[in-house]
Design a protein around this ligand. Sequence first.
Ligand code: TYD
Length: 212
Amino acid sequence: MFITFEGIEGAGKSLQIARTEEYLKKKGIPCLTTREPGGTEFGLALRPILLGTDGCRREPICELLLYLADRYQHLKEVIEPALKRNIVVLSDRYQDATRAYQGAARGIAESTVEKLTRLIGITEPDRTLLLDLAPEEGLPRARQRNEACPVAGAEGRFEAEDLSFHKRVREAYLKLAARFPERIHVVAASGTPDEIFSRIAPLIDTWTSAIR
Ligand code: TYD
């Protein structure tokens, strides 16, 4: 089973993924947490280029191709081999992030994103948890984290975008949830980490009930 976590900046994905991994391990279900961009050595080399704040100019399509390159390597090197070994894969972002950020927010036509993705054989995850939060709440959190952590601060390309950009990202994610209702489950990401995880755990239980 391949589960992805999506949401705007500061929605708390990293924390909830860590909680999910711990929860699955306690149940004796083998799992692996990974992320995009940067789930492979190649991806890690791309990450500062993709997320750096003082990098050189790039066209939206150029950015899209780099995210797809990162994803293709990630899929072949990490995700598919783990799934073959019946390991549950939890990924912090995947293809829906490209649809929301490069497609809706940067303005690349949906048909371009879909055609390129299909051309190289990027597959859909089995399930997606969309941690939904208003950017007015998430963005200050993400910016605060960046100020506190030099590494995150150096990766602030998207946090530096204005509120309207992040509103487009959130709307795009919600539209995707309506387009893929079987796969994408929206979880309200307001409240304490415990409250948020109490919304996630029953979904994880249902999805993994056949495993073991
Ligand atoms: P992430 O490491 O999840 O950072 P955060 O914890 O702040 O959400 O994601 C890094 C950034 O990468 C995020 O701002 C969105 C961007 N991104 C895209 O624009 N397209 C993509 O396809 C992916 C995977 C990420």
